[in-house]
Write a new protein. Sequence first.
Length: 225
Amino acid sequence: MTGAASLSGLRIVVSAGPTFEDIDPVRFIGNRSSGKMGFAIAAAAARRGGEATLVAGPVALETPIGVERIDVRSAAQMHAAVLALLPCDLYIGAAAVADFTPQQFASSKIKKRAGETGLTLELVRTRDILADIATHARRPRMVVGFAAETDTVESYARAKLADKHLDLIAANRVGVEGAGFESDHNALTLYWRQDGRDCARALGPAPKQQLAEALLDVILERMTA
Ligand code: PMT
């Protein structure tokens, strides 16, 4: 892209898409995510000369030109794949990682029984990839998270920024038409702290490709500040 700041010489890792947590051979728990936002970011990073690697959950998208892609299914696989890519200069967590996974995988299909009115599943928390990256001994220079919220967007996003030790968080509203999950468009509000002050910048609404470029502009500004 002409005029866009270069990412040449930088290793960028982007996560995208959902994770699927298998219950049995035919059923899983997953989040709603097409991968479009994360793929757009990886594509933009590669166009700017960055060495971009995409760790993708199960999605039906073409690999962007110039991007190395690693496909995973579960949160545990995504965690292992992302951590194996350290060290890198920049990590952007755009994936909708499942927060919970079944405690046990049933190796045979769970059958319905006559008279049964429900099924109780025991779920356990998945490991937080973003928080583990941000506190890792080989922490990237810049760690960027996303926050998908239905309401109270700013306070939830700022809490994630602090709790997960991030440099910047991109919040988007989900559960609305024409933005967030699955849509080709989105609107982001970026939150970060600078010199003890809360900072914010709104991007969009715009196509996800355009937002990816604008997000990288702000990230590069922050990396060179
Ligand atoms: O894929 P699309 O259809 O284009 O939709 C884009 C999107 C809405 C999925 C994307 O813009 C987005 O918001 N991604 C983050 C979704 C999410 O899971 O948000 P969260 O608020 O639950 O998680 C906060 C952050 O922690 C995220 O960066 C997430 O990747 C990370 N996380 C969460 C749980 C976990 N176990 N490990 C993590 O790294």
